[in-house]
Design a protein around this ligand. Structure first.
Ligand code: URP
Ligand code: ZN
Ligand code: ZN
Length: 458
């Protein structure tokens, strides 16, 4: 198996130059201005196109039992959508119920992905209960190649953990060199606000925002910063939505807390009016909620200057029938916005073409930084000799429109419906094999591998 990509403009966070890339078997074996003297099974002309490292989505939910139902994608439909959109690797959250055995949960999630995913994958191990038995299992799971944990400060009575468990999790993570990703919202405050709003008859999706205002998220971040300062653990704040939360994280960083921040494509392009004014808004109910538009500029700037390290999706696809579970009570609307497929094209269109982010910083936020934080670099997130040949030959001249009628995700609406895109992957490779071409999936289900990762955050 060999592949030659000719005349593309290679763009990574550190370099930008025109060259040919030769891939043998699953890895990049040569990069040179001109490579002509080789036999290649397939030659791709990338003239006038960019060549990016495969994009990495560090926060997705595929198998997800949540709020009385299950997210709609399978690892086949999700990996197909990811690849068509240029994402060649994702990190899924293992989210066991509090009473579940962590090792069984790890095997369950792994079993769902293995043999089905067309792209490579790994997991953040959800710590939804901490006791002696669970601790033993976490140690074993880390030995099996999972180098990150996920905790929820929200979802009281479901995935959420208490402060004793939070402290123990951070201490264990520090000892093992594991990074801890965290959903930051104060569970008690939002529970009280939910009860108050419902008792006043405020049941529509627009009240989801009022049950989780920015201050509730910011308190969660502040709380995590305090605990992380005490333990010295590297923490990663998932789905940061607003200026208040980012401010708490940056204040933590200034005083020496080891913290990295993620935001989502949803927060850059949608705002809280998209979850209003009638029940249709339920499609855009997620947590933390979509915010006031003024936060979008804050997040774009923070991505551009590197204060926010990664752009993810928190892909959590529930269809319209499932969203109706909350018809009379916004607290029962399954939370989540499907977005795995469209992240890269929307980020390129609004960020790079829109002049909000430099193209090399775009690659850093959507690929390389996640690879570095989560122990995948330079195997992923890089275009170097020896790296996996996960490459995206990107056509900046493509013009198209997003629609649920044509998307690959297994869900019957698209929150970005009718948005224009300027650019799309021409060819996407996974370890040297073409897996998507011009909006069509041509990959192989089951070829995706679980990536075993070493802890790096000591
Ligand atoms: O609304 C969201 N974010 N749904 C998925 C679960 C989570 O909190 O990440
Ligand atoms: Zn979350
Ligand atoms: Zn999530």
């Amino acid at each position: 198996m060999s592949l030659l990509i000719k005349n593309g403009e290679i763009v990574t966070p550190d370099e930008r130059y025109v060259a040919d890339i030769y891939c043998e078997d699953e890895t990049i074996s040569r990069i040179d201005r001109k490579i002509d003297n080789v036999h290649a099974g397939e030659v791709i002309d990338a003239s006038g196109k960019y060549v990016f490292p495969g994009f990495i989505d560090p926060h997705v939910h595929i198998y997800l039992p949540f709020m009385g139902t299950y997210a709609k994608d399978t690892h086949e439909t999700a990996s197909r959508a990811a690849l068509v959109g240029g994402t060649t690797c994702f990190i899924e959250m293992i989210c066991p119920a509090r009473g579940d055995d962590p090792m069984e949960a790890f095997e369950l999630w792994r079993g769902k992905a293995e043999g089905n995913s067309a792209c490579d994958f790994t997991f953040h191990m959800g710590v939804t209960r901490y006791d002696d038995d669970a601790e033993k299992k976490f140690r074993e799971i880390v030995k099996r190649g999972i180098a990150s944990f996920k905790i929820f400060l929200a979802y009281k009575g479901a995935f959420g953990i208490n402060d004793e468990e939070l402290f123990a999790t951070l201490k264990l993570a520090k000892e093992l060199g594991v990074i801890v990703t965290a959903h930051c919202e104060n569970a008690e405050l939002l529970f009280e606000l939910q009860k108050k709003l419902l008792s006043e008859g405020r049941t529509g999706p627009e009240f989801h925002y009022w049950s989780r205002p920015p201050i509730v998220e910011a308190e969660g971040v502040h709380h995590l910063m305090t605990f992380a300062e005490m333990t010295g653990t590297h923490v990663y704040i998932v789905h940061t939505s607003c200026e208040e939360s980012l401010g708490e994280a940056m204040r933590g960083k200034t005083r020496g807390v080891n913290v990295s921040v993620e935001t989502l494509i949803q927060y850059l392009l949608l705002d809280r009016t998209d979850a209003e004014p009638n029940f249709e808004g339920a499609k855009n109910v997620m947590s933390p909620p979509l915010r006031d538009k003024k936060n979008q500029d804050v997040m774009w700037k923070a991505l551009s200057d590197g204060s926010v390290a990664t752009l993810a999706t928190d892909h959590a696809p529930f269809d319209w029938t499932q969203k109706q579970m909350g018809k009379d009570d916004f607290t029962k609307i399954p939370n989540g916005i499907p977005s795995l497929e469209d992240r890269v094209n929307l980020f390129f269109t609004h960020g790079v073409k829109g002049g909000k982010i430099d193209i090399q910083q775009f690659v850093a936020s959507a690929s390389t930084n996640a690879a570095k934080l989560f122990g995948l670099f330079p195997r992923k997130g890089a275009i170097k000799v020896g790296s996996d040949a996960d490459l995206v030959v990107y056509d900046p001249n493509y013009r198209g429109t997003i629609s649920a009628k044509t998307h690959q995700m297994n869900v019957d609406y698209n929150s970005f419906e009718r948005m224009q895109i300027e650019g799309r992957p021409h060819v996407v490779t996974v370890r040297g094999k073409v897996a998507a071409r011009d909006g069509k999936f041509v990959g192989e289900f089951g070829r995706g591998k679980m990536l075993e990762r070493e802890p790096t955050h000591f």
